[in-house]
Design a protein around this ligand. Structure first.
Ligand code: ME8
Length: 521
């Protein structure tokens, strides 16, 4: 049961609604969902936030290209994103849009306060401007004197601008890193932040723009629009009602337990964001986890290469659980991954259809054949195999719990699948079909079938953060739709499944795929 003392606040990045989202965005959100589900199962009161980052020049330009005003343009895309999260069974508690009043009002307030405190001041931005890219660069960023992005010539421009004095907070930031060695995960990203960004010196950050309109205006100086990252990062507290009439969620959940982000935006979350929070006198998030990137065999996904992987296509063809499983199992969280149809199909066939699906299928079929479809009574360890299977269950639970605390999703799944493998091996070791031939072996046979059903019950509980459909089907076939039998803490008590439970034969949990046909598809 949720206990008010145990809270867990986690966030995904808020995505740009400039286009349809792809498998990379789905990855972060599914990972966040797995963590949120896990913490809920462990009795935490969870707040899982996602949303959309709707302002800025890029979005404005996209809308204009389609002959639309920015707001109706983003409304359409945001509806599609919410539909995608429904298809992926994302259990978010809140979805924030930066165009909402609850967000805008507070961003204005924060900006005004930072100006008043002297953390933000008005000055002049001088930089090399690339007109086609509409971006400023520092001299040292230029490549042969040209734009580092497109290679075209740049010109020296001056623009009135507000600046954030980041430098003032650097010592405190480094001290926070030191006192909280887990703040930036994985650790390699922490060194990258210190060596590549902080040590060379933090220049004051330009936090307003005057070259476009689509954004939150600087209070009292409306020709300036607040820099989209200042606007965006603030979502993590505006969504909790910080600075509003009702800040009860903020009081309950801040500071965040983890901001989940892709590696390319770790810098914003571990330098700019903590400094903003320090300036506001607020506690800093406990952890920022920067995961790796997915590519395809052709490299980075891009429209021009035509290699953007659409998660909806995968769900429709292979089912949601297969996608969620592949995303979190195939690549260690934190490393880069490559999507290949082969690895997707192999994982689905070997791990899901063979290892898990067949285990359920065989168990239910043997119970129908040997015990009239009814779970026998638990009699403890009848054989040494039983004791070893129970020990394997305990090990899997411990390994999974430890991995989840570190957000090592692939390690957690490997631990569960090791137990699934062990349970399959137990069938080979005990050979129930031979036990069934000999009246004198009836106690052993019953014990084997009990151990199989109970192991499946435990597995069905452990997989819940990752797979959202299979557990329900497993409970149906195992005849355990009742609440208490699927509570987390019962996994530690082998023998919880009551005698007399009636199993029900069903369809295979996962269809087997034909590798060759699928790879061509
Ligand atoms: O950066 N592989 O939004 P965004 C893995 N609005 N993850 C990927 C990925 C890939 N190929 N491509 C994208 C923004 N992602 C800002 C964030 S937060 C205050 C503002 C994921 O729509 C990854 O999590 O560009 C990355 O950080 C995020 O999508 C970027 O989404």
């Amino acid at each position: 049961m949720a206990n008010a003392d145990k809270t867990f606040y986690l966030t995904t990045p808020i995505y740009y609604p400039s286009d349809k989202l792809h498998i990379g965005h789905a990855y972060t959100t599914v990972a966040g969902d797995a963590m949120a589900r896990y913490k809920r199962l462990r009795g935490y009161r969870v707040h899982f936030l996602t949303g959309t980052d709707e302002h800025g020049q890029k979005i404005e330009r996209r809308a204009r290209e389609r002959g639309m005003e920015p707001k109706p343009f983003v409304d359409g895309i945001v509806a599609g994103i919410q539909e995608l999260w429904r298809k992926l069974d994302i259990s978010y508690d809140d979805f924030i849009r930066t165009t909402e009043d609850r967000h805008k009002r507070v961003v204005e307030k924060i900006f005004a306060r930072l100006v008043e405190q002297g953390d933000i001041y008005k000055g002049e931005y001088e930089g090399w401007y690339c007109t086609p890219c509409e971006s400023f660069f520092l001299e040292r960023q230029l490549v042969n004197g040209n734009c580092p992005d497109c290679g075209r010539p740049v010109e020296l421009l001056k623009e009135e601008c507000y600046f954030f004095r980041l430098g003032k907070y650097v010592d405190r930031l480094l001290q926070y890193y030191e006192e909280n060695p887990d703040f930036i995960q994985p650790e390699s990203r922490r060194n990258e932040m210190i060596n590549n960004f902080i040590k060379p010196g933090l220049e004051d950050l330009a936090v307003s723009r005057t070259t476009f309109d689509w954004g939150i205006r600087v209070p009292g100086d409306p020709k300036h629009v607040i820099y989209v990252w200042i606007d965006a990062l603030t979502n993590y507290i505006t969504a909790l009602g910080y600075g509003s009439d009702d800040d009860s969620l903020f009081k309950t959940f801040w500071p965040a337990d983890v901001h989940l982000v892709g590696k390319e935006i770790v810098r914003f979350h571990t330098i700019y964001w903590p400094i903003m929070l320090m300036a506001l006198d607020l506690p800093l998030p406990k952890k920022v986890f920067g995961h790796g990137w997915f590519q395809t065999k052709e490299g980075k996904m891009s429209k021009s290469k035509g290699n953007v992987i659409d998660p909806v296509v995968l769900i429709e063809r292979y089912g949601l659980d297969a996608l969620r499983y592949w995303l979190l199992r195939d690549t260690p969280f934190g490393s880069d991954g490559v999507f290949t149809p082969e690895s997707f199909v192999e994982r689905t066939n070997f791990d899901l259809a063979n290892d898990l699906g067949n285990l359920l299928n065989r168990t239910v079929a043997m119970m129908e054949k040997y015990t009239g479809g009814v779970v026998p009574a638990y009699e403890g360890h009848v054989t040494a195999y039983d004791a070893s299977l129970e020990a394997a269950a305990r090990e899997a639970i411990e390994a999974m719990e430890a991995a989840m605390e570190k957000m090592e999703f692939s390690v957690a799944l490997a631990a569960i699948w090791q137990f699934i493998g062990r349970t399959n091996k137990y069938i080979d070791e005990t050979q129930p079909w031979l036990l069934a031939k000999d009246e004198a072996s009836a106690p052993q046979l019953k014990s084997v079938l009990y151990h199989l059903a109970e192991s499946l019950r435990i597995i069905s509980i452990l997989i819940q953060p990752f797979l959202t459909r299979a557990p329900k089907e497993m409970w149906r076939q195992l005849g355990i739709e009742q609440g208490p039998l699927i509570e987390w803490d019962t996994v530690r008590t082998f023998g919880t499944l009551p005698a007399g439970t009636r199993v029900v034969k069903g369809d295979p949990l996962f269809p087997r795929l034909d590798v060759e046909a699928e790879v061509q598809y």
